[in-house]
Design a protein around this ligand. Sequence first.
Ligand code: GLU
Length: 402
Amino acid sequence: MRTPVPEYLQGVLDECYGGDVGQVADYIPELAAADPDRLAVALATLDGPVHAAGDVALRFTIQSVSKPFVYALALRDRGLEAVVERVGVEPSGDAFNEVSLEPGTGRPRNPMINVGAIVTHSLVGDPGLGEDERVAAVVDGLSAFAGRPLEVDEAVYVSELDTAHRNLALAHMVRSHGVVQADPVELVRGYTRQCAVLVDVRDLAVMAATLANGGVNPVTGVSVVPAWVARQVLSVMATCGMYDAAGDWFTSIGIPAKSGVSGAIIGALPGEVGIGVLSPRLDHFGNSVRGVRICERLSRDMGLHLMASPASGANVIRYFDADGDSIELALQGGLHYATAEHVLNVMSRVEPDDRPLTLDLSRVTVVNDVADRMLREGIRRLGLDGHDVTLVAPEHLARRQL
Ligand code: GLU
């Protein structure tokens, strides 16, 4: 069988193509040359396959879509405290290139606006790195997210640097507040190179899927950043990722996202999927017009809104039989707080007596810490009630010593 997903994606592109609303970004001369009507989308699932449609071979510069990934690298390399001390996590409600600094500390409000991203760029790798070494660490990190070696488009880099007066002003501001120690000119060169890394929509989808997958690249299997970093980055994307349209985006589409002035958007839905879209026509916020339309459509069609109620915990019980001389309880799927709560509820209905009880976990895929503790306690209490509990657990769960 051939999967129907690429045809579905092509259908979405066809329907979202219409109109010529929006302008290509032209404040970076090289970007002004982009064909406004190129269009591509990719979906990266968490078990490996990547589906794509449209101009999938087209390469473009990553621009601001690099920001969440470089924030992730900074968190990985310096730790939460050191990063949060220098860059906040509050939505600014301002445009991407605004001088959005916290009064008093001079700390940029978040890492998704330019001034914050310039600071997070400075926090990648060892503090002692020189300019080129830091850029190499950033490009290596972005490549690990994409699962292939990425490179910088030197023409776009030079073109943006020629007109980077505002970013230079931002870098000087944070330097004057002591938020960064590095030379502001070096920092802007590094940050501009970071923005000029070339990607295609598949790369974007895999990068987003890596965040959605707790920091593990679903194609290469490499753990790029720890799970707590992925969670921190997705949280900041949810509140600050779409320039000053973040609230509108999150209420209607409900996917942690980041857009960039080349017309790219990524969306990362934890535990589900990574999305990459490209369409260079931008609205007045700087978000891709067709890109937003495509994401709206995908979110609606595939039920991807993060705030929609998740499936009920009741599915976790595969079967429960307490009528005979022995008791059987078989579970399936993922065990987390809500599903474990449901299991405890079922266990609490078992009468105290001396019938043996078999708890079969062979169809359980994952158990998080809280579910692990809840289940253990349930087993202990069943034992106190007089049951001899036999656990049937696959290798990966048995190792957790339930
Ligand atoms: N390199 C661009 C800049 O700093 C990125 C902006 C964006 O994509 O929002 O202006």
